[in-house]
Ligand binder design. Sequence first.
Ligand code: ARG
Length: 306
Amino acid sequence: MTQLTVAPAQTSAQTSAPERPAVPAQAPAARAATPGGRTARTRRYLMCPPTHFDVVYSINPWMDPGKPVDGALARLQWEGLLRAFQALGHRVELIEPLPGYPDMVFAANGATVIGGKVLSARFRHAERAAEGPAYLEWFRARGYETREAVHVNEGEGDYLAAGRYLLAGTGFRTDVRSHREAERFFGLPVAGLRLVDPRFYHLDTALAVLDDELIMYYPGAFSRESQGVLRVLYPDAIIATEADAEAFGLNAVSDGRHVLMPPAATHLMDELRERGFEPIGVELSELLKSGGSAKCCTLELRGGPR
Ligand code: ARG
């Protein structure tokens, strides 16, 4: 596999965030607290360059193969996300994109990684099938403990690690039988959540984990029963409006303090500020043509080989 190199964070990314302390990417336990008390923890992420990104089929309501995609702009926007992570001190690793797999840029779908253990993805649609083995190989080559999934699951698209629980989506992509498989493999209690609105077909389009205790979500994306579960588990959750969700505001990446998200989700940004978070708008409009944004492009590597 070819080794990819990432350009170091550029001054432009740094100047947009002058007040942020420069946290060296190598310091895994580095922490920075906000005046509001929110604490950032340095993360490791896996991303996939949008070299072959395009919309040539439609497997969700956002995808219209008739609408042109600006590949160069997609690349610039994706690099903006990468640089924003680096400027915050997070470490980003890259996987080589496969030609013919235009959705491989959505690294969140590639696997689920918790405590250094990797559950591979098994995609619902043939158009993305080869991505599962490609991501699995990346982890195997680096010595992670891996499990090849038996049931259909789309990685962190539908599995969100939230402290003591693993929140798990189903309804459109991930097979509900996968939830038991994940629960056993990771040894974490799974809270299964049923998605009912085709616009929000992955859990990470309807809900974002902000820290081990707090989430934000759009209730209308979930079945009545699942709305009840969320109310019980997270009575203090930030509730997103339909407009926030439509702007993909819930497709956000939080390090515990900074929340990288689409700038159009203005109401959600205000709510986050009120709760002491620091929302950072990252424009990914070209990727949105495929039904993805910041979180979709990001797979968190929790533990495991460095
Ligand atoms: N076009 C892709 C699909 O429909 C988008 C995936 C978005 N990823 C995510 N984690 N929600 O599969």
